[in-house]
Design a protein around this ligand. Structure first.
Ligand code: 5GP
Ligand code: ZN
Length: 119
């Protein structure tokens, strides 16, 4: 199996991982980090991302099912820490789905009642 351990110097989230753009990390491990979204859509809006540069969650699932699963495990942990009654995990994949940063990320959104269906 080929393992991609890459960073893209042009990628916003790679710059956050490297510390070039400072953020307050909510969670940090070798494989995954989490930080607050700059434009929160709810009282909790955390981005949970792999430390390797991969364009989207579908590619991450191919490359590393383990790290993909970690994103969800960490989302559960943060939601539990904060006592969220429910939360939404959002994985925008591709431009038509609203993906604007092409480094895989899970949006953890909660802390208020959320409408369905999404727009
Ligand atoms: P997407 O639209 O790709 O699913 O989500 C990208 C998210 O990254 C957006 O919710 C946006 O607010 C967030 N974002 C964009 N630039 C920054 C930044 O510089 N810092 C942080 N913390 N979040 C950012
Ligand atoms: Zn990146």
């Amino acid at each position: 199996m080929v393992i991609f351990v890459t960073q893209d110097p042009e990628c916003l989230f790679c710059k956050i991982i490297s510390g070039a753009i400072p953020v307050d990390f909510v969670f940090q491990s070798q494989s995954v980090v989490a930080f607050n979204d700059i434009n929160p859509q709810a009282p909790t809006h955390v981005l949970i991302i792999p430390t390797i540069h991969v364009e989207n969650i579908a590619d991450l699932a191919q490359i590393s099912p383990e790290v993909t699963a970690e994103l969800f495990t960490i989302a559960r942990g943060i939601a539990a820490e904060r006592g969220l009654v429910g939360y939404r995990s959002i994985l925008n994949t591709g431009a038509d789905a609203g993906q604007s940063v092409f480094h895989a990320h899970l949006h953890l959104i909660g802390g208020r009642s959320l409408a369905w269906p999404p727009g």
